[in-house]
Design a protein around this ligand. Sequence first.
Ligand code: NI
Length: 158
Amino acid sequence: MAILNIVKEGDPILRKECRPVGEITPRIIRLLDDMRETLIDANGAGLAAPQVGVLRRIAIVENDGQFIELINPEIIAREGVQNEIEGCLSVPDVWRITERPEKVTVRATDRNGKEFTATGEGLLARAFCHEIDHLSGKLFTDEAVRILSPEEVKEMLG
Ligand code: NI
């Protein structure tokens, strides 16, 4: 495994549409492994393939120390609304309030080629939305409903 370079806002790759994954090749498996290591190293909540320079529909979301690997993910159900704090490894030191569904269900393929669904509420729902947005070239700053002051960030992040 390897720690990959995380591209930062301003890099045009973050604004591009990702291509779906067809066959799950050893290269895709290696990418998933490297993305996981990169996410652990960066201590983030999620990571999408374009953030490591790969325009494929792949993302990883951390949930209670487990990693949910999403290949060709799609949000198939949304419920409720939340306005909470969000950040991104590609936009360092920026925290904003975004409006997201309180609960989402995602359908995706795992590394074995099996389709599955996962439902997340709160932080996990935000992470699913945030990472899947990356696959369409969207950043959380596009969606932000309010910019936080440094004092507010400190308070909300503890
Ligand atoms: Ni992000």
